[in-house]
Design a protein around this ligand. Structure first.
Ligand SMILES: [Zn+2]
Length: 255
């Protein structure tokens, strides 16, 4: 989930110039820190439609498009599995290789770290309510008070960069993404944008990719253009799910 600081549209050049200026102090040039031994894994990501220049390696974790996290070990497992099997699309919104199994998808349990400020906590509660309000899906989420009994941990981080929050995708054992990190650099974001951002990150936790990028597996039957989708990679004020968001969720997690 990012602040919109760049665009390829010439029409919005003026706006772009202005917003780059406005956010210049918090914008960090994307640095590709991919190591040579990781080339194979990056190539695998390229086969999934990701752009090499948008993949960073930090420690043992790959950061894709600024806010999608996956560990090196997990990626290696997926690359190995892809060698063996299909890759054939079973569904077209965009989803990752793995979605959450029925063991976990009716109650994704979130633990909120005590250091998360009240305004973000409110956004997390609102985001959980947003996903729970979608009809015609078995998907469910709850907030729990014990980290040991949780699936996904929400915690604060800080980086002077343009990402607001970032999240892990479901793992190859089909459990929910393990964490959501919120960048305290954006603590002053408007409440409705916080709500959009966390609803978006929870979308990654359950297996969605970005609707404004052609990556992953397209979810058949969903609109090819959905500018207000919650899975757009740039934050908007929260204005509810689009019909495409709802449909994509119903397709991924039918009742
Ligand atoms: Zn995202």
């Amino acid at each position: 989930m990012k602040k919109k600081t760049q665009s390829i549209s010439l029409r919005s050049f003026l706006f772009l110039a202005l917003s780059v200026f406005l956010f210049a102090c918090s914008k960090e040039k994307a640095v590709t820190e991919v190591q040579p031994e990781s080339d194979k894994l990056v190539s695998y990501l390229e086969t999934l439609g990701f752009k090499k220049e948008n993949v960073q390696l930090k420690g043992d974790t790959y950061i894709i498009d600024g806010d999608v996290l996956i560990t090196k070990a997990e990626l290696a497992k997926r690359a190995a599995a892809a060698d063996k099997s299909d890759g054939s699309p079973d569904t077209e919104h965009w989803r990752g290789t793995y979605i959450i199994s029925n063991t976990y998808n009716s109650n994704v349990r979130l633990y909120i770290d005590p250091a998360v400020p009240a305004a973000w906590r409110t956004a997390i509660q609102g985001a959980v309510a947003n996903w729970n309000a979608i009809n015609g899906t078995r998907l469910g989420m709850s907030i729990v008070t014990s980290q040991a009994n949780s699936d996904t941990r929400v915690f604060m981080g800080f980086e002077s960069a343009s990402w607001i929050a970032r999240a892990y995708l479901p793992s190859s054992n089909r459990r929910p993404g393990v964490s959501i990190e919120i960048n305290s650099n954006y603590n002053s974001l408007a409440a409705s944008q916080k709500l959009f951002a966390i609803t978006h990150e929870l979308g990654h936790t359950i297996g969605f990719y970005h609707t404004n990028q052609n990556q992953g597996v397209f979810i058949q039957g969903t609109p090819s253009v959905d500018a207000n989708s919650v899975m757009n990679s740039f934050v908007l004020p929260w204005n509810g799910f689009t019909a495409g968001d709802v449909l994509a969720t119903q397709i991924l997690y039918p009742q």
